[in-house]
Design a protein around this ligand. Sequence first.
Ligand SMILES: Cc1ncc(C[n+]2csc(CCOP(=O)(O)OP(=O)(O)O)c2C)c(N)n1
Ligand SMILES: [Mg+2]
Length: 364
Amino acid sequence: MLASYIEYDWKAFTPASRSQASPELLEQAASIISNAKNPFILVGGGAYGANIKTLAEQSGATVMSSNAGKGIMPESHPLSLGGAICRPEAQALLTDADLVIGIGTEIPETDNFIGRLEFNCPLIRIDIDPDKMNDLYSATLPIICDAAPAVEKLNALLKGRTPDTSNRQKEIANIKNDINNALNTSEEKHIKILQKLRETLPANTIFMGDATQVTYTASFGLEVNEAKCWHYASGYCALGFAFPNAIGAKLAHPETPVIAIAGDGGTMFTVQEFVTAAELKPPLPLILWHNDGYKQIRDDMREANVPRIAVDGLSPDYMALAKAMHCHPVQPSSMDELGEAVTSALSADRSTIILVSEDSEWLA
Ligand SMILES: Cc1ncc(C[n+]2csc(CCOP(=O)(O)OP(=O)(O)O)c2C)c(N)n1
Ligand SMILES: [Mg+2]
């Protein structure tokens, strides 16, 4: 039955054509960009395939991305602030912009965690969706088109520009430092885990992040240098997304390392997928971040001074649960053991549930 579905002659839907930018609008955009002293580029998932790196270098712009756009501009680049758009330090920097260029991005509230970003300057939007031109951030110059070819043409118009970005680079490095110095105790632990994962896993690793605090920190704290490697459903934010989607990603890309990150709460939303994994046997590590409940909601309740309700549910024994569902259970007791667990999970005979408790002594 299943085989007859799989062997069905699937045809991917391809739109007849995609809108191309008008040359006049691109020339206007190039002229505005050439005159900007402090431009910013906001990158979303719609910018996939666009050469943002060259645009940043030729315009001297600081680049920030949404979760969907993470990695389209290599985040190791000195002009990149990665996904720091959710941090007040980076948001403050944006208020100084004299030009913002939004490329394939909804500039989503769910990525910056505030109602509206502050910037009082012209906004060029390049987007295939006309509705985006007049939303919360009305475009001064709306360019309705496919982003990748539009950026290619913009880059051609700006070719040969080599603005001095030394001050810009220092400013970006300073903001990164400010962010590091402002981390709370939990975020410091997330960063330790994320750095270990980054040094252990190849650059093309596909990360699936659930709605857990580690993922929120990873949005700005995990360096991603390739497109389509970071997946976090920041819009709908549905708990339980990470592990089943990681299984799907691994089936689609068997040669590419895939890892899931989920909280103890989110894991329980799709825990039945442990059995799916046991059946399909993808060599998939899940980092199960355990902080005894719905910690983000707990923290929000504390901050809002409301009574703490339904955020401290009784946790199952996750290692016994993983074993019962035919996955490998591992609970590392040092950072090195975490790295070893992830490495061996990538070539194991089935999926591995790697339990990391926030109160582990080795993380302190
Ligand atoms: C289906 C669904 N229900 C409820 C929520 C609201 N919600 C967002 S984060 C969260 C807490 C998740 O807890 P956990 O996975 O343990 O992550 P932690 O915040 O503890 O790191 C909840 C309940 C949601 N995003 N999706
Ligand atoms: Mg939790």
